[in-house]
Design a protein. Sequence first.
Length: 158
Amino acid sequence: MSKQKEMKTNAMRILDKQKAAYRVLQYECKEFIDSLHTAEMTGAPVEQSYKTLALRGKSGQYYVLVLPIANEVRLKEAAKLLNEKSVEMIHVKDLTTITGYVRGGCSPLGMKKQYPTYIHESALQFSEIYISGGRVGTTLCLDPKVLAEVAGAEFGDF
């Protein structure tokens, strides 16, 4: 009897509940590595690999942004998109408390609370994108439109 049972993350459980199609890519990793190295380890195309960032607006509201791993978030454009005077990245030390996820394993699906979520509009050019699966060592591949639907997300430029 095999002990190779796949451990589901909250992100996977949510996708399963919605009967959404996705693929799982696992990689061996004991600690945080950046998104570029994750893409290299999984063989995911860099241009289709997206990272998840958590931000806090001047109002105190938290937001989730999903953007290409090679891009930096443009805070002024993000604030405009989010109708905030300004936004800032949340501190790494606060990430788990706010999202329930650790650095390098933050997924736009399955956070402690559902925060307003935006996916960079560049994702629409692909039939599949790669995002964190909700833990270090797990990447999910899925249609960005499916991700938006399941996450209640909108597309935007930031």
